[in-house]
Design a protein around this ligand. Structure first.
Ligand code: ATP
Length: 135
C-alpha cells in the first residue's frame, strides 16, 4: 500500500527545529510556491525567504524559513536553512521592530549592497510575522 505520510526534518546549523510524520508540506521556492504529498517523485528546490507550511492529521503549522533548500526523496523531506522558527515560537514584537528597522534602512540606503541587506532583513521580518499570524 502507498505510504500516507512524509517524514520531515527542518534543520538549521544550530538544531532540528521540527521533525515529524506529516501529510503534506508546502514551501516557497525561488521560482514559485509548491506542495508535496506522500509518494511524490524525488524533488529538490532552492527556497526563498518565506514560510513553509505542514499539514498533519488535519492540523496546520507554519514556519518561517530563511532560504536554504528542500530535498524530497522516498517520502523523506529535509529543509536545510540558515534559520527557521515555528510560528508559535516567534517573538512578534522583535519581528515588528526588525521590520521597522529594515524599512528605515531601506529609506536611507545609498548603495546596492545596503539596499540588498535591508531588503533581506525586511523579507526575514515579513516571513516571521506571516508565520506567526498563521499560528
Ligand atoms: P533581528 O534583527 O531581530 O535579530 P534577524 O533577521 O537579524 O532579526 P536572524 O539573523 O535571521 O535574525 O536570526 C538570528 C537568530 O535569532 C536565529 O536563531 C533566529 O531563529 C532567531 N530569531 C530572529 N528573529 C526572531 C524572532 N522574531 N522570534 C524568534 N526568533 C528569532
Amino acid at each position: 500500500m502507498a505510504d500516507k505520510t512524509i517524514h520531515i526534518k527542518i534543520i538549521t546549523p544550530e538544531k532540528i527545529v521540527y521533525e515529524d510524520d506529516i501529510n503534506a508540506v508546502y514551501a516557497q521556492g525561488i521560482s514559485g510556491s509548491f506542495g508535496i504529498l506522500p509518494n511524490h517523485i524525488p524533488f529538490m528546490s532552492v527556497l526563498a525567504i518565506g514560510i513553509a507550511k505542514i499539514e498533519k492529521d488535519g492540523d496546520e503549522k507554519s514556519f518561517s524559513v530563511m532560504g536554504g533548500a528542500l530535498q524530497f526523496k522516498n517520502n523523506e523531506a529535509i529543509i536545510l536553512t540558515e534559520a527557521a522558527e515555528a510560528g508559535s515560537d516567534i517573538d512578534t514584537a522583535r519581528a515588528q521592530l526588525a521590520k521597522e528597522r529594515a524599512e528605515a534602512k531601506l529609506g536611507s540606503a545609498e548603495t546596492k549592497k545596503e539596499i540588498q541587506i535591508a531588503n533581506a532583513a525586511l523579507a526575514r521580518a515579513m516571513a516571521r510575522l506571516k508565520a506567526a499570524s498563521k499560528s
